[in-house]
Design a protein around this ligand. Structure first.
Ligand code: GTP
Ligand code: SPV
Ligand code: MN
Length: 645
């Protein structure tokens, strides 16, 4: 029975049913009894495997099809009326064509099945931040995951009232045919359509589709921000709390940083880290002129491989009850789960993520095809399970941000940490982010690619406009957070990580927050921004072997704090190339200015280099955008030569 009188909701459900033609429609009210019954049904059909009730109470394993294990960026579309509004780094489809294509694919695909109607809220129901979505789906897996990841149930419909608007989400598994898989976004219609997938980010429509792609578009129009960021709180020995948000690309350490356990001596002094969110932040300007952030989600959809007691105790604890595991291995000795990195010992009797018996003797760490768990296998765990979940997790007004941190996987060039000179320069630093690709999306891994603000796959509109929105937001905040960049992934010549990472990232966080103090700790001004004096990062009681016989020490720290001007000049040229060839238009003048400064700062005159200095150090921006920049600074650049399109 319908749970609402909201005509718009009823119409959407009716239209969806007319398309999918399910045998039955079930409204999800979010009650424990209903969820329990759905779990039982999914176990019966084999969609879920029940795990050991004593060791992992109320936990289940789900395996997806082997062609359906990650987000599919090349099949993810932004469908705006004007192609230019989707921008150059998104895939675009004409909305009319997209609706037709989706209808053709989904028509009748729910025959013989049930269509579930999931009313959910991103954000605490009834708070200023909260937005309601309705997802219809023919997958129980989706219902159960959405029930963990978002706030689901009748209260969401109640908060909509008779007339309220919501984000429409239509999901149909169809045949899980990769060739006909489409994840479509219609920001101008508040609509999302997903067909032929049954995996995480492609089908849990509240997450990336709504809370980032649609929400970033809403945020631009309404004056707030939707970002791919964790949010954490640091408690100091005197009880003071400070909050930071950090944007790292997928599988680059957000969940880990959000839940970190500080080194022993910090804990003894009384430091504590609390997790507000591990993936998404919605950010608004508060009455006090600061930026305030909430995590709109209600659970964690975290990367399983590499998660263990030592690397991320809090995440592991979060998975101990009420969790759904996707594509991890099943330990048949005790009906628990396993993944690479969970323990040093390999389980003797295990079924791999594809459902086949796994032979530990054939396991080769370097060969992903021998892995028991898929590299992008995940856990869906309720946030309440997390031992370090913040008391502010359910706060309606969110938490005030002292710092925003950008970061990525960079084997070289990018130092452990540096601070931008100001907000606009910080926006430049975010826009210039590159990171090595990971298993979170289909395609090659380990390839360096530009991923501005970790939003390349998630900005629901033109990337140049997105940069402009960041610049504009800076003008609205009286007390903006300071902006930093970190890199936990610097490698030595043999490919060893030079920084211990994980809990030890606390040492960098501490420096970052000291830079946000009224009387900030000193720093070196370099070509790229402020870099710590090595002595100001606490490396006491640190025991880390970079490689056999090479311990991490002050010299190693100095090494990963160095800024190599030559490398950075190349980096600047690369950023310029990215601006010019990938983004092309709508890039704010302020970013060109920062790029010019970077080039100038890093230019090292070589004996062989003749009188080309000026030409070399001036960013080549499209002519249309130059006027402002060219007159902005006395260090006048040569007029740009490149024509804008
Ligand atoms: P998404 O959920 O895809 O957005 O990923 P995420 O950004 O939350 O990444 P997560 O914290 O799950 O970490 C992904 C991978 O990076 C895991 O294999 C971690 O073990 C590894 N990792 C995280 N933090 C660090 C670190 O500080 N150093 C190193 N070397 N590896 C890390
Ligand atoms: C990411 O890839 O950034 C994720 C996983 O958080 S997914 O929900 O699949 O997008
Ligand atoms: Mn993510």
């Amino acid at each position: 029975m319908a749970l609402t009188k909201n005509k718009k909701v009823l119409d959407f459900v009716e239209e969806s049913a007319a398309l999918g033609q399910p045998d039955k429609i079930v409204w999800i009210d979010g009650s424990a009894a209903q969820i329990k019954a759905l779990k039982e049904e999914a176990v019966k059909s084999g969609e879920l495997i029940k795990l050991n009730e004593n060791l992992l109470p109320d936990c289940y394993l789900h395996r997806t099809k082997v062609n359906d294990v990650a987000r599919v960026e090349d099949r993810t579309f932004i469908c705006t009326k004007n192609k230019e509004d989707a921008g150059p780094v998104n895939y675009w489809m004409d909305p009319k064509q997209a609706y037709e294509l989706a209808s053709e694919i989904a028509r009748g695909s729910m025959k013989g099945r049930t269509m579930y109607v999931i009313p959910y809220s991103m954000g605490v129901v009834g708070s200023d931040f909260a937005k309601i979505g309705i997802e219809v789906t023919d997958s129980i897996y989706v219902v159960l995951n959405m029930n963990i990841m978002t706030r689901v149930g009748k209260q969401c419909l109640d908060s909509l009232g008779k007339n309220g608007d919501f984000i429409k989400g239509f999901h149909a598994k169809c045949d899980v045919d990769a060739e006909k898989r489409y994840i479509m976004h219609f920001p101008e219609d508040n609509t999302i359509i997903s067909v032929n997938s049954a995996y995480g980010g492609n089908v849990l429509l509240g997450k990336k589709c709504f809370a980032l792609r649609i929400a970033s578009y809403l945020g631009k129009n309404e004056g707030w921000m939707a970002e791919h960021m964790l949010i954490l709180g640091v408690t100091y020995p005197d009880g003071t709390k400070k909050y930071v948000a950090a944007a790292f690309p997928s599988a680059c350490g957000k969940t880990n940083l959000a839940m970190l356990i500080p080194p022993e001596h910090y804990i003894k002094k009384g430091y504590k880290i609390e997790c507000v969110g591990d993936d998404i932040a919605w950010i608004r300007v508060g009455d006090d002129g600061r930026l305030w952030a909430v995590n709109p989600e209600n659970g964690f959809f975290g990367v399983a491989p590499g998660t263990n007691e030592h690397s991320n105790y809090n995440a592991l604890q979060s998975t101990k009850r009420g969790t759904i595991f996707t594509n991890v291995a099943l330990n048949t000795d005790d009906m628990t789960v396993w993944w690479e990195g969970l323990s040093k010992e390999l389980p003797e009797h295990c079924i791999d993520w594809t459902g086949k018996p796994w032979n530990p003797e054939k396991f080769d760490k370097k060969d992903k095809s021998t892995c028991a768990a898929h590299p992008n296998s995940r856990f869906t765990a309720p946030a309440v399970n997390c031992p370090c979940v913040s008391p502010e997790f359910n706060s309606k007004k969110g938490v005030p941000l002292s710092a925003i941190i950008f970061g990525g996987r960079r084997a070289s060039t990018t130092p452990l940490v540096y601070q931008s000179r100001d907000w606009n320069h910080g926006v430049f630093v975010g826009s210039a982010m590159s990171s090595e690709t990971t298993a979170a999306a289909t395609g090659a891994t380990g390839v360096l690619r530009h991923d501005p603000m970790a939003m390349k796959p998630f900005a629901g509109y033109h990337m140049g406009d997105y940069f402009q929105h960041w610049i504009d937001m800076g003008k609205k905040v009286k007390n903006p957070p300071k902006i930093f960049n970190v890199n936990w992934f610097r490698q030595d010549e043999n490919g060893n990580f030079m920084w211990p990472g994980f809990g030890d990232n606390m040492r960098v966080l501490e420096w970052i927050l000291k830079r946000c103090d009224e009387n900030p700790v000193d720093a070196d001004e370099t070509a790229i921004g402020y870099v710590p004096k090595a002595e100001d990062i606490d490396i006491s009681e640190l025991d880390y072997d970079i490689s056999e016989g090479k311990k991490f020490d002050l010299n190693a720290l100095k090494e990963i704090l160095t800024v190599d001007k030559e490398k950075w000049y190349k980096e600047a040229e690369e950023i310029e190339n990215y601006y010019n060839t990938a983004i092309r238009s709508r890039i704010p003048a302020e970013l060109w200015e920062s790029l010019d400064t970077l080039k100038k700062n890093c230019y090292v005159e070589k004996p062989a280099a003749k009188k080309t200095t000026a030409a070399k150090t001036t960013a080549k921006k499209p002519a249309a955008k130059t006027t402002k920049v060219a007159t902005a600074k006395p260090a006048a650049k040569k007029p740009a030569t490149k024509k804008s399109k």
